[in-house]
Ligand binder design. Structure first.
Ligand SMILES: [Zn+2]
Length: 386
């Protein structure tokens, strides 16, 4: 079969060996496969990424010297089954991109052990595959994976419906987070990006307030939520609250405070900030600019060492959370939110190319004004994304 092979940062269309489904696996004809920001990273920085994975005990992440078929955001149709596989041939599916092979489990499209969806066919686990429901178009179904990333970030952020969510960076990851925040019923979503094109996409994904951070602070864009921004305000809140409670007749101030603590009413109002950029300096910038007590969910992947001031994070009691991927349940839920129309992700798709156009698509993704998510259609002959 034909596939795009990545080796030493070069992308080339090549004939590669046909795939055989092992017991419990399916052979899937790829209909669409998204190009992910992590594919762009992996093409150029594979060894650095693999070194970190090795430190946490996984030794088979792609290396620059290996020939790798990228692609973990695919939708397709079942065309072959290993013994024991349940899904029927002809079923349109999306699959959680992990594959059992050679005594281990490997991330599809990011390991030589599990070739990905930049190809005519891909192997998947039957148990991790879901029929595409409701006649959801296959191109939109291919967005299940990036939207699951957004859903996982939103769940880890534990955003209340009345809390303000602030999304920094409106590339595909930020757009997925915005879509999932709105699908989760969060009323006020602020989106921030320097690019007018990406701000326009943020609006189509449902952002309520959209700002250009060169002109306006995203942290001040949704006032009226009682966020504290200075140390003296925190002192005043603490001292003033005790003074007020002590004036109440019949009840002890500490008992009232304890009850408020139990129901979560004693924590000062704060936003949840989603870092969706992933370049050095972003964390420090958010920590020094965000309101007191902000929860910061780090979704953007910064591959370089970075500096931040713990003392500033301590002064504000910033709650920093890092997220990776999604659970099988979140993957399933993302598919169903798409299929039920709870999130409309179609505007994220800004172009489609054939295998021959993948290298050009990687270049095109460098311009945030034109492209967000480019899908590969292995049967298309398009050499530029359109
Ligand atoms: Zn991805």
């Amino acid at each position: 079969m034909r596939a795009v092979v990545c080796r030493r940062a070069e992308l080339e269309v090549a004939d590669v060996p046909d795939l055989e489904p092992a017991p419990g696996q399916l052979l899937v004809d790829v209909v669409r496969c998204g190009i992910c920001g992590s594919d762009l990273h992996s093409r150029r920085h594979a060894d650095a990424i693999a070194d970190v994975a090795e430190e946490v005990g996984y030794a088979d992440l792609m290396r620059a010297e290996q020939s790798i078929v990228l692609g973990h955001e695919f939708s397709g149709v079942v065309i072959g089954r290993g013994t024991g596989a349940k899904l029927a041939e002809g079923t349109p599916v999306v699959s959680f991109p992990l594959l059992r092979r050679a005594g281990g489990i490997h991330p599809t499209g990011l390991s030589a052990q599990a070739p990905g969806g930049y190809a005519e066919q891909v192997l998947v686990e039957d148990a991790l595959s879901l029929p595409v429901p409701n006649g959801l178009p296959t191109d939109v179904a291919a967005l299940t994976e990036p939207l699951a990333v957004g859903l996982h970030a939103v769940r880890r952020g534990e955003v209340g419906k009345r809390q303000v969510a602030i999304v920094i960076g409106c590339g595909p990851v930020g757009l997925a987070v915005i879509g999932m925040l709105k699908a989760s019923g969060v009323r006020t979503v602020v989106a921030s990006d320097f690019s007018p094109g990406r701000r326009a996409l943020a609006v189509t994904m449902g952002a309520d307030v959209v700002v250009d951070p060169a002109v306006e602070s995203p942290y001040a864009a949704a006032p009226g939520h009682g966020h504290l921004t200075t140390g003296p305000e925190v002192f005043e809140l603490g001292v003033g609250t005790v003074e007020k409670l002590r004036r109440l007749p019949l009840v002890r101030w500490d008992q009232v405070w304890r009850v408020a603590d139990k129901v979560g009413a004693a924590t000062p109002s704060h936003p949840v900030v989603f870092e969706c950029v992933g370049v050095p300096g972003m964390l420090e910038d958010i920590i020094s600019s965000a309101p007191m007590y902000s929860r910061v969910v780090v979704v953007g992947v910064c591959m370089e060492p970075d500096r931040l001031r713990p003392s500033m994070a301590i002064n504000k009691e910033i709650d920093l959370r890092f997220v990776l991927g999604y659970t099988p349940l979140e993957f399933r839920d993302a598919l169903h939110l798409l299929a039920e129309g709870k999130v409309d992700a179609a505007p994220m798709i800004t172009g489609t190319v054939g295998l021959e156009g993948v290298a050009a698509a990687f270049d095109a993704l460098g311009d945030p004004e034109v492209h967000a998510k480019i899908l590969i259609d292995p049967r298309s002959t398009a050499t530029t994304p359109a």
